[in-house]
Ligand binder design. Structure first.
Ligand code: IVH
Length: 701
């Protein structure tokens, strides 16, 4: 390739990678595999290594996070970055409306846009000729800090806009996915960018990504984060951009702060602003709606109070905005709050209550985690009596003492957590807390590993670990032994009847009868349920073993591949890596699990007891009717429970995923479907009912 061709290839590669990045991180609908993406990236980096002078700020290679900074420069915002006034109920919103109606008669006929109020960190993004050149924090609203290097690492922030002009991905038409909204020039319908554009948005971490991040940290014995907001804000305020690069940050934009262009004028309404920003390739909320009158807007905003857990991020309310931006500008500001918008706040999910005690939980892997016993308190309609305290370092850092009044928060579906003590409320009788030196369950000394925050009980025979293991083994998604709740598990372990999960299968009626609460009937029922569980599938048994990283989905994949546990036990890491969805960590965890003599012993006992399902793996070629297809289920089905439909699909060779993506082949819809249905429609995924599912599964076999 000559220099000229190489240069062209380089430019094309940048556009193509930016486009695929957008498909993945903004649309959540990739059209190429991760491996293909990596290949494009590798090619780009090869060219850049040869021609460092070609590298531009909009190159996807610039997202990795450059060298650490000494300090953040100050950035003066092109216009004030305003805040919002709050209303706490519908009456508060109506009062706002009455106030501004008196100021301007146009308010009477105004339309409203309602958007979620994301609990994140405001960011201000500058684009010159479509290239992302600077990003800042809000600061005091006049001057913020230059966090460009950190923001470049946020994959959903476009480095160049519009995104997909002239880019056609393999098998796609390129611009098809962008709703065409244009500041039109003649007949041209491609979005056009002003010479200088500044947009405002909110950076955040979704609840799901936050929980995944914490799970990974916990597995590695590292410190977990407190909440999504602080994690997002904290990572963007670090001088070392590689930190932001390693966190699952994302953004949603909602405002044009500045616009300079001799030819083009900006959108004139909030609704058009959102459509325009979306067309350029920015991530924009899908929850926004426009209304012709205030009551409809209030009703929509209020409806999200009940549904706030369905939002993928933490939100502290909805924002009701006057649509007409000229009117908003004319209405002006009071202090830092524009008159043209109001926040309709959700009820607070943060309260204070008394910390009665700190207790310690021993997990399945022996990790000790402290938790708070609280004076019962209601948060968002739920009575909370327990909350997480993260780890022992957290308690020490926050100087949390028993007897303290503590701030407790419940956000999204996240487990309630203690934020910290209300120091001013101390009486002096509060007791400092000292972490246990021995396991609260077995009394053995606890251990700490270099570089980890967690403390472990390393006693393999620790009853608390065993109880957690058995609890997991018998749980609904695993062996599903009905009637074997945590209380009975504890009784069995404490009585010495169960020393590992296989002991469940040798229990006799005489063993159970002496236990408290056990009469003839109950003992018989329990034994029958245990006996019945021998018929559970191999996938369930694999799930039940509790191998790190092996949940129901991976277990089902393994069960499709290996005829029984003997075959799985023989699998090497290389073999396991061949299976889609299994990476090096899970592969290593599986091999490691089967290598442990203790586990081998349990397997031998299970086999001897007849708990040895097999037969799911079919010889190559003998395909099952749903083989190779991925399904997502939403809503209530009439002929199946959730668990049943899952097993039904798996039994016929299909895969069941929990969220809809471009990789989903079918979404099975029942009554009262959730947001998954909307997502399926948006992505063009095929939607079927229960009957069609049955026909597909049965018809071809
Ligand atoms: S509009 C003039 N819209 O909430 C525009 N703000 O308490 C004023 N926020 O600092 C802001 N989501 O960072 C607006 N959809 C949204 C928002 C939003 C979150 C934040 C914003 C602001 C704070 C006000």
């Amino acid at each position: 390739m000559n220099e000229n061709d190489l240069r062209q290839r380089y430019e094309a590669l940048k556009r193509e990678i930016n486009y695929h990045n957008y498909r993945y991180h903004v649309l959540d609908s990739p059209v190429i595999s991760d491996a293909e993406f990596d290949r494009l990236m590798a090619e780009l980096k090869r060219i850049e290594a040869e021609h460092p002078d070609w590298v531009t700020p909009d190159s996807p290679s610039q997202r990795v996070g450059g060298a650490p900074l000494d300090r953040f420069e100050k950035v003066r915002h092109p216009a004030p970055i305003l805040s919002l006034a709050n209303a706490f109920d519908a009456a508060g919103v109506r009062a706002w409306f009455e106030r501004i109606r008196k100021l301007d008669a146009r308010v009477e006929r105004a339309r409203f846009v309602v958007e979620p109020k994301i609990d994140g960190l405001t960011v201000v993004l500058h684009y010159r000729d479509g290239v992302f050149v600077q990003g800042a924090t809000r600061g005091d609203g006049e001057v913020g800090e230059d966090i460009t290097a950190n923001l470049r690492t946020v994959k959903s922030i476009p480095l160049r806009i519009p995104l997909s002009e002239n880019v056609s991905a393999p098998g796609t038409a390129g611009t098809d996915d962008l709703p065409l909204f244009a500041a039109r020039k003649g007949r041209e319908s491609v979005p056009t960018v002003p010479a200088y554009l500044v947009v405002r948005g909110e950076a955040f971490i979704t609840i799901r990504d936050f929980e995944r991040l914490n799970r990974q940290l916990e597995e590695r014995g590292e410190k977990t984060y407190l909440n999504p907001r602080n994690t997002a804000a904290g990572s963007l305020r670090q001088l070392d951009p590689s930190i932001a690069a390693s966190r699952p940050l994302t953004i949603l934009v909602y405002q044009i702060v500045a616009w300079e262009d001799a030819r083009l004028s900006p959108p004139t309404t909030q609704w058009e602003t959102l459509a325009y920003l979306k067309a350029l390739g920015f991530p924009v909320t899908g929850v926004a709606r426009r209304f012709d009158d205030l009551e409809a807007a209030i009703a929509y905003a209020a409806s999200w109070t009940e549904r706030r857990n369905e939002l993928p991020f933490e939100a502290d309310g909805m924002v009701i905005k006057i649509d007409d931006l000229a009117l908003v500008a004319d209405l002006g500001v009071v202090g830092k709050d524009p008159r043209g918008a109001i926040a309709f706040k959700f009820p607070a999910r943060e309260v204070t209550t008394r910390l009665l005690d700190i207790r310690v939980n021993v997990g399945r892997t022996g990790v000790l985690t402290p938790y708070a016993v609280l004076e019962p308190v209601e948060i968002g309609g739920v009575t909370v009596e327990r909350a997480t305290l993260h780890n022992f370092d957290f308690i020490a850092e926050k100087d949390i003492r028993i007897g303290d009044r503590v701030r407790v928060k419940r956000a999204g579906d996240v487990i309630p957590y203690v934020i910290g003590p209300v120091v001013e409320a101390r009486s002096g009788r509060e007791q400092p807390y000292r972490p246990p030196k021995t396991c609260p369950s077995c009394g053995q000394p606890v251990e700490h590993f270099e570089g980890e925050v967690a403390w472990y009980c390393v006693n393999a025979a620790c009853p608390a670990q065993l109880i957690r293991n058995v609890e997991h083994f018998v749980s609904r998604g695993a062996m599903d032994i009905v009637g074997l709740g945590i209380k009975i598990v504890e009784q069995l372990v404490e009585a010495g009847l169960v020393r590992d999960v296989a002991d469940l299968y040798t229990l006799r009626k005489e063993d159970l009868l002496p236990l408290e609460g056990f009469a003839e009937k109950k003992a018989e029922n329990l034994l029958a349920a245990i006996e019945a569980s021998k018929q559970q599938s191999l996938a369930r048994l694999i799930t039940a073993l509790g191998i790190r990283g092996v949940g129901e989905v991976v277990a089902a994949d393994l069960a499709r591949r290996y005829p029984d546990l003997d075959a799985l036990a023989r699998a090497t890491q290389e073999d396991l890596l061949q299976i889609e969805g299994i990476g090096p960590n899970i592969a290593a965890a599986i091999v490691d699990w089967f290598a442990q003599p203790r586990n081998r012993q349990v397997l031998a006992k299970l086999k001897a007891a007849g708990v040895w399902p097999r037969g799911e793996a079919r010889p190559e070629g003998e395909a099952l009717p749903l083989g190779g297809l991925t399904f997502v289920v939403t809503g209530t089905l009439s002929g199946f429970t959730r668990q049943e439909v899952k097993e039904y699909i798996q039994a016929h060779g299909g895969r069941v995923a929990s969220s809809v993506s471009k990789k989903t082949d079918y979404v099975v819809v029942g009554e009262n479907p959730g947001s998954k249905l909307q997502k399926a429609r948006a992505l063009g995924v095929k939607i079927i009912g229960e009957e069609e599912l049955r026909k597909m599964a049965e018809g071809a076999s």
